[in-house]
Design a protein around this ligand. Sequence first.
Ligand code: 5AD
Ligand code: SF4
Length: 457
Amino acid sequence: MTFHIHTYGCQMNVRDSEAVCAMLEAAGHIRTGSEDDAELVIVNSCTVRQKAEEKAVGKCGNLCARPGRMVGLMGCAVKRLGADVFARIPGLDFAVGPRAFWMIPRIVGELQAQGRPHAGKPANRLELYDGSDVPVGLDAHADSSSEGSPGAFKSYVTVLLGCDNRCSYCIVPDVRGREYSRPAEEIVAEVGCLASRGVKEVCLLGQSVLRYGVGNPVWRDSVDVDPDGFREAFPRLLHALNGIDGIERIRFTSAHPNGCTDELVRVFRECRKVCRHMHLPVQSGSDRILADMGRRYSRAGYLEAVAKLRGLDPEFAVTTDVIVGYPGETEEDFEATRSLMEEAGFDNAFVFKYSPRPGTRAALLEDSVPQAEKERRDQVLLADQERRGLERNGRLVGTVREVLAEGPSLRNRMRWSGRDSGNRIVVFEPSRRMAPGDLVDVEITEAHPQVLVGRLA
Ligand code: 5AD
Ligand code: SF4
């Protein structure tokens, strides 16, 4: 069958969609560029906020309203809705939770054997598998890239499934299940294999990736230290990956401030390939709100983590997520977030308006901040960040940044864009022989809040 996948949500979903693409192709199905000529359309859903869920579910509903093809929903919203998903989306053929994506080729095959998509709509299929035995490795994704995925020279690698943090507002632990860290040797082998296929940059994925190896052992000799003295599982993994020929850059996301240990800082200092960027969601700058959220750090503790990174390199890029309008957030709490963002000097920030998620601890509290006030706080923080982003980027004018060239820029096809170690977007005029995936030196000539412009040095 011809198929197409729409992906909503985070990098984890992008990665899971890539895996499904590759597995469907391996089973003989053919990927199409758009949904119009696909006999099978799959929507990979997010449920982190109500709006995100509505988008994915709405898209899926529209697809099902036009009969004649097979439609499946995968991802986080499926786990939240359970069997109700079929009442919400009449005509849906199958629904598969975030840890069951690898079962899709089999389910599609079985439905096809029943004569779908053309032979009416008999029993639909729901799969909510929640175990740890998820084949997320290389075999599962071969040479794939899907919507929103980086090119062939960049690859995501899932290292940690699920999440055991219990932040009061967050539905992710309910939908993505318990933490499970993949064996380190398996990850090292996978990255080695990617390198041999020409991948230059890997991004290690986990909901709280610095907890890698905390819940289950990942190194066969996990009581020992490695020859260079790395003891903690994640720094040790980064150090091992840094030694793989062909890999030029190693990134990871998302990080919890409590995992920002001295050993992790040592990795940034000693391992050239580990990029100097951390996405370090702070959520709030108010100690009272942080405690209520169950974040397990204080404002001071967070700023200390940032200071450690900037002490190593003043241009170390720190980006963040912030929630405005958490239940009971006062003007004073909000101003604390505002001032924390200034003190931390974030290079970029994503601001989210609090959205109650059923089953979470915060959903039991009154959603006390009116929508209009959430909007206002959102706008204030975004305006602050525009100015701050311009200031931070302005400091780089006149310096030379090493950039991984990605290809023609979306806005101006005469120019190329790429990213520096801090994940900053850099736009420049390419040379004639340049290929995507090349590392080039670019002298920065112009700064914008979210983009740097430069010329080849
Ligand atoms: N409401 C609003 N934002 C949320 N996030 C997580 N849960 C919620 C929620 N219930 C945000 C957090 C997280 C990002 C991925 O989404 O900031 O870091
Ligand atoms: Fe959305 Fe969270 Fe699921 Fe990612 S893990 S798709 S952000 S709900």
